[in-house]
Design a protein around this ligand. Structure first.
Ligand code: F6R
Length: 610
């Protein structure tokens, strides 16, 4: 989705913003632009396409001169990607420039009103309304004009604003869209995502809904919606900037696949103390858990898939009914929830609009909410009753890898904590699972050794010209197949569908013909024979089968055309290892097909619109 970076300081703003915009590229965008304000007013440069074009057009930022500016990467919603529709937008008189993330819902009405007052719009965007409205509402004081602006606007927004009459000031305001203020030494920043300013500072302030920031090179002032000055506490982001860089890998996705042993170690190990799990002090008493009529897990995309793995694990070991629902469905289904249900919201970014809306609805209906989130201090983390952070570090590639596996690991921790508290698991099984979970980072490390990676690479090359791939599995393998199919389709553009293996014969098998590739996941010992018979029925119809199994269960090889093994592990832990193989497989298929792996077409990293 769109990204914002703003700078004010003693250096030239444009080169700093260009660097910040490059760091925001991962969020997905189709055009970009910058505006700086100097003594002679505001100058703007914007362009459709890659940031490299903006870089060229401004000669690395040199042609835009000024110490204060705003920059933007746009992901088109209202109006096609084009130079004109890119941000920043200027007011008709050229005195205000605005960058905007979010959607102005009443833009048509505001535009019509402004047009009757003679305002000539240049773009088709909803965002330009904000620039024109600032001019229309200007009362001589920028802060009170911004207050008047947000009173008129319906929808979600994060705005960065500059004004030609105040070249020493940068303004920001937000609602339901992320925006942080980065605090530097003699320079300050605004950013939609800490990654954009992390090279310069680790100290950030989060603006609350409707709060306005007025920022100079040396000071930051914050105002509540009613105009009163307020104090805001900064927080420190301990992410190392190198974790948001490629570190020698050709793509962020590959780097993040290889980050997984560390990400899993950080998520799991500090929370296990001998035989005890400490969920960062969050308590779930036996009385509370026994009183629950069920748990709702809610998320989008891969986070939803992690939820399905979690649902199976929690139901199996805790004997609590768990419903896993897509956030976009949850918010419109009039959910049956209340005090007797726990709602677990899963989100890597912590800013996904549908997941945030689901969290708010669950809270409103009286449910306790637990967020499983990666980005510290993100909206979902702040608003949930409790938060368990997945300590994956910054995830830059659009397709999640370590974000997903750490979510699954966090759900394992939660499930085991619930099970031992409720007494639904034997001490022996609990200890065995705890130790398997603790060993998981090492197993992933093993999975990332040369031979398994080379095998995934070889099969990916061999199957990279497929048009359609089926993924099948039962139980936890079905949950894993959902994620495998999503990973393949989103980065390689190969159509992929996941099926519960037993469902194939109820329709889909009619699509299997000579050469159709089916990836059969068979890691669950109890279900192994059943899956094997599904594999046979595919191969007997001429279909090609690539199986995924643990070494001890690899007899499926006899019926498959290829086999990718995962290290031997407790069956309950296999979805994480399977995910790693399927991530590698998808990565190498996309690589072979020449796809833009880190930024697949039409996709955004953080989906902040519903
Ligand atoms: C797929 C992917 C998406 C996200 C989904 C939710 O690789 O990354 O499906 O999982 O958009 O995002 P978060 O977890 O940030 O809420």
């Amino acid at each position: 989705m769109c990204g914002i970076i703003g700078y004010i300081g003693r250096g030239q703003a444009a080169p700093v913003m260009l660097d910040g915009l490059k760091r925001l590229e991962y969020r997905g965008y189709d055009s970009s632009g910058m505006a700086v304000v100097g003594e002679s007013g505001i100058s703007v440069c914007k362009t459709e396409g890659k940031i490299s074009r903006l870089d060229e057009k401004t000669d690395g930022g040199k042609t835009l001169v000024g110490f204060c500016g705003i920059g933007h990467t746009r992901w088109a919603t209202h109006g096609a990607p084009s130079d004109i529709n890119s941000h920043p937008h200027l007011s008709c008189d050229g005195r205000f420039a605005v960058v905007h993330n979010g959607i102005i819902e009443n833009h048509a009405e505001l535009r019509a009103m402004l047009e009757t007052h003679g305002y000539a719009f240049k773009s088709e965007t909803d965002s330009e309304v904000a620039a024109q409205l600032l001019q229309y509402l200007f009362d001589g004081d920028v802060k009170s004009t911004i207050r008047a602006l947000i009173e008129r606007i319906k929808g979600s927004y994060a705005f960065g604003i500059i004004f030609s009459g105040a070249p020493d000031r940068l303004y920001a305001v937000r609602k339901d869209n992320p925006l942080v203020i980065g605090l530097g030494n003699g320079e300050n920043y605004i950013a939609s995502d800490v990654a954009a300013a992390l090279a310069h500072t680790h100290e950030f302030v989060i603006l609350g809904d409707g709060e306005i920031a007025e920022i100079t090179a040396d000071e930051t002032h914050y105002y509540s919606t009613d105009g009163k000055q307020i104090d805001k506490e900064p927080y420190t982001v301990d992410w190392d900037i190198t974790r948001a860089e490629k570190g020698g890998y050709p793509h962020f996705m590959l780097k993040e696949i290889y980050d997984q042993p560390k990400a899993l170690t950080d998520t799991v190990r500090p929370r296990i103390h001998e035989d005890e799990i400490d969920l960062d002090g969050i308590t779930f008493s036996r009385e509370y858990l026994d009183g629950l009529s069920g748990v709702d897990i809610v998320g989008c995309g891969s986070a939803y898939h992690a939820g399905i793995v979690g649902k199976q694990f929690i139901e199996k070991h805790c004997r609590i009914r768990v419903d896993c629902t897509l956030a976009s469905e949850y918010i419109y289904k009039n959910p049956i929830t209340g005090k007797d249900r726990l709602t677990v919201i899963i989100s890597q970014s912590g800013e996904t609009a549908d997941s945030l809306a689901a969290l708010r609805l669950a809270k409103k209906l009286g449910s306790r909410t637990l967020a499983v989130v990666n980005v510290v201090q993100s909206a979902i983390a702040r608003e949930a009753d409790d938060v368990l952070y997945t300590r994956a570090g910054p995830e830059i590639a659009v397709a999640t890898t370590k974000g997903y596996t750490t979510q699954v690991a966090a759900l394992y921790l939660i499930g085991l904590k619930f099970a031992i508290t409720r007494g639904t698991i034997t001490k022996k099984r609990y200890s065995a699972l705890l130790s398997a979970l603790s060993d998981l980072p090492d197993k992933v490390e093993e999975q990332l050794k040369e031979t398994p990676v080379a095998n995934a690479h070889t099969y990916a090359e061999a199957f990279s010209n497929q048009h359609c791939v089926f993924f099948i599995g039962r139980g936890a393998d079905y949950a894993a197949s959902l994620e495998g199919a999503l990973k393949l389709k989103e980065i390689s553009y190969v159509h992929a569908e996941a099926y519960a293996a037993g469902e194939l014969k109820h329709g889909t098998i009619s699509l299997v013909e000579k050469g159709t590739l089916t990836i059969a996941i068979a890691t669950q010992s109890e279900l192994y024979d059943k899956t094997e018979s599904n594999v046979r029925s595919v191969s007997s119809r001429g279909g090609t089968v690539l199986a995924i199994a643990s070494r001890e269960n690899s007899k499926v090889r006899a019926f498959a055309d290829g086999l990718l093994t995962i290290p031997d592990c407790d069956d309950d832990m296999s979805p994480v290892l399977t995910a790693v193989v399927l991530q590698l497989f998808a990565y190498y298929v996309a690589f072979k097909r020449g796809c833009d792996i880190d930024k697949p077409r039409n996709l955004a990293k953080s989906v902040t619109v519903e």
